[in-house]
Design a protein around this ligand. Sequence first.
Ligand SMILES: [Zn+2]
Length: 162
Amino acid sequence: MNTKISKILTVILSLTFCGAVLEAGEGHGHTHDSHSHADSKKKAGPNGGRVINKGGVTCEFLLTDDRFIEIRFLDEDGAIVKPSGQVITVVGGDRSAPTELVFEDKGDAMVSSASFPEGKALPLVLEIRQTKDSDPVRERIRLATHSCGSCDYLEYACVCGH
Ligand SMILES: [Zn+2]
């Protein structure tokens, strides 16, 4: 009686570890896709001013140390583009006696013809017309000139959205 039964014994204990299905962590939502969302982050202007991107106008709004306002137009890469006949006004400051500034073409920038009044976080409205007769692009700005503290820029040009 030749049997092969004895050989089968080794098979029995080999099927023990079939459980233990590990859930591989797929890491939802943490892919570092850096190129497609970069535009949603705020960037400072080339001189540390506030970048305005509105109604087809992209420019840097900068308050100088002597409180003149400088506007520089920017291309889509953030490079400065010389003014080409735009008309800019700023009205703001004291609400009961607002200051109106006009701007002159000074080469790479449009510069206010006078300084903006002293004061804390004074409101102003910037208007930019592509040509003298076109509709204005308007931007309201609180001209807060203290340091943000969370990013490297002054409050009116803050890029961190704290
Ligand atoms: Zn900030």
